[in-house]
Design a protein around this ligand. Structure first.
Ligand SMILES: C[S@@+](CC[C@H](N)C(=O)[O-])C[C@H]1O[C@@H](n2cnc3c(N)ncnc32)[C@H](O)[C@@H]1O
Length: 203
């Protein structure tokens, strides 16, 4: 392996550790201070309807860590299969499940198995099947052509391999499927000191 690839692999591993730590902390300790909006404050800021937040499990709302609202453009319909990339504590997956209803299905994929456990616990009692797979969005544990809609909220910016994430997303989408992503992009080249800081990348 070349020096560049080796240092990239080591940075990716460090970043993974920081991501696992950061979002698990939001899920386990939502009242703590973070340098990004989260929980109900963030969801209200991003125009999640108050009645949907009221009806959602409190723990999922409190641990919400998205950067926008992918539901505004997703147009999720009854009976559809929805994939939520980086489903976290599950708020976006749960809101999607209310839209697809019992005839549909919501599939979360998260790097952190502990987040999948939280999402499942937050979905207890729901009539809509919620699967959560521990896995990476760069290697989705799903068959090709199996999903109607992909949503994602603040996750793709965390990846070292964004092109690969796009390829995987389009592999699992059925022909004519839809994508609704909210994420963070920078209009200018970030300095190397920012790019090489796992804490800044992970948030
Ligand atoms: C910004 S939160 C997602 C917010 C979530 N949609 C919600 O409703 O609260 C980021 C999540 O993405 C997961 N994640 C980060 N990198 C990932 C990757 N490469 N593959 C899958 N999940 C990833 C993290 O473990 C974390 O749970």
């Amino acid at each position: 392996m070349s020096d560049v690839l080796a240092s990239q692999a080591s940075l990716e591993e460090t970043l993974k550790g920081e991501i696992l730590r950061m979002y698990q902390e939001v899920a386990e300790n939502p009242d703590a201070e973070f340098h990004f909006y989260h929980g109900r404050t963030a969801a209200e800021l991003f125009d999640y309807p108050p009645e949907e937040l009221e009806a959602a499990p409190e723990a999922a709302v409190a641990s919400f860590a998205g950067v926008g609202n992918p539901h505004l453009r997703a147009d999720i319909r009854e009976g559809e299969t929805v994939l939520d990339l980086g489903s976290g504590a599950g708020l976006d997956a749960i809101l999607a499940s209310r839209k697809v209803g019992p005839a549909g299905k919501v599939i979360g994929v998260d790097l952190n198995p502990a987040m999948c456990e939280k999402a499942r616990a937050n979905m207890t009692g729901s009539e809509t099947p919620l699967e959560c797979h521990a896995g990476r969005m760069e290697d989705l544990p799903l068959p090709s052509d199996s999903v109607d809609v992909v949503i994602s909220n603040g996750v793709i910016n965390l990846s070292f391999r964004k092109r690969r994430v796009m390829e995987e997303m389009f592999r699992v989408l059925k022909p004519g499927g839809r994508v609704s992503i909210t994420d963070i992009v920078s209009g200018k080249q970030l300095s190397q000191s920012i790019v090489n800081d796992p804490k800044l990348w992970a948030s």
